[in-house]
Design a binder for this molecule. Structure first.
Ligand code: BG6
Length: 300
């Protein structure tokens, strides 16, 4: 049963560190402040919308035009794409990127860890509602550790006696000084599918620069990626576990203009670098099995 703000504060609030409130629209958020960082996480979508380490500016990008409304996806932060990433494989009427990002998640735990980081866990279980989209039993858990780095884990368990398969993404929007200022390290000599022309290539450049609309799904890679942003005087490292695919997305000027929840120049200040299970990395879970996908984001 969905808990109201008072009940959430009563059960999970930590004086001076963790509070629950309605921040945007009527949606419930957890706000976290500890010695390392501040963060906001929305229970709708289990979507972190802000991560501000004390020693640098905002790491995640949020669209100022984002809608905060049940039934619509929040534009920015880290949308959780599950149980499919991208369009549904066989039914284009089903929602792009699955239903996890438009579902209300239940908070299952809030703890202060030994070194003062804050750990928040949320859960989404199969229900009549989710079975209308995906006829399988599942338990999905999101765990956020807010510290000097941000660790985000999607764990999926198959509680049924039939095998299940899914694809997923931690679809992170990174806040940049400007798209033309940044370079991305970690993808040299890696195969990718260019979603915009449907072809496969190998990236020959050592560093990726983005000067036009870009949707690349790099596969068979477990490498860390680093966003080099000299104007913000920082590098953002994205390390990962349990994921063999990394997606780089920026809509560019033309597609951005068509998106009602993004300003026309929105594409200039973010890039999505996504921790993905897809090409060659669909997750198959036998009865009782689990899989964890983790992204660890740190500023250097
Ligand atoms: C990316 C996809 O991961 O997400 C793009 O590769 C898509 O094709 C983008 O446009 C944003 O998706 P959405 O559904 O949040 O607008």
């Amino acid at each position: 049963m969905e808990m109201n703000i008072d009940e959430l504060n009563e059960k999970f609030g930590i004086e001076g560190e963790v509070g629950f409130m309605e921040l945007d629209g009527d949606l419930p958020f957890i706000t976290i402040t500890n010695k390392y960082a501040e963060a906001d996480i929305c229970l709708y979508g289990a979507q972190i919308t802000s991560y501000r380490p004390m020693r640098t500016t905002e790491v995640l990008w949020m669209s100022p035009y984002s809608v905060f409304e049940k039934g619509k996806a929040i534009r920015g932060g880290i949308p959780v794409c599950f149980p499919w990433f991208g369009p549904h494989a066989s039914d284009s009427a089903l929602p792009q990127h699955g239903f996890a990002r438009t579902s209300m998640w239940e908070v299952t735990g809030v703890d202060t860890l030994e070194k003062g980081e804050t750990c928040v866990s949320m859960q989404l279980k199969s229900s009549e509602e989710t079975k209308a989209y995906w006829p399988h039993d599942f338990v999905a858990e999101m765990t956020f550790v807010i510290g000097d780095s941000l660790s985000v884990t999607l764990k999926v368990t198959n509680p049924s006696d039939e095998a299940i398969s899914y694809t997923s993404a931690l679809h992170t929007y990174f806040n940049l000084s400007a798209i033309e200022n940044i370079k991305i390290a970690g993808l040299a000599n890696t195969h990718y599918e260019n979603q915009l022309d449907g072809n496969r290539y190998v990236q020959e450049e050592e560093l990726l620069e983005i000067s036009e609309a870009t949707t690349r799904h790099y596969f068979d890679t477990e490498a860390d990626c680093i966003i080099l942003d000299p104007y913000f005087k920082r590098d953002i490292r994205i390390a990962k576990e349990g994921s063999k695919c990394s997606t780089v997305w920026n809509p560019g000027a033309e597609a951005c203009e068509q998106m009602s929840d993004m300003p026309n120049d929105g594409y200039e200040t973010f890039v999505c670098l996504e921790t993905v299970n897809k090409i060659n990395d669909q997750i198959d879970l036998a009865p009782g099995e689990s899989h964890e996908t983790t992204a660890v984001i740190s500023v250097e």
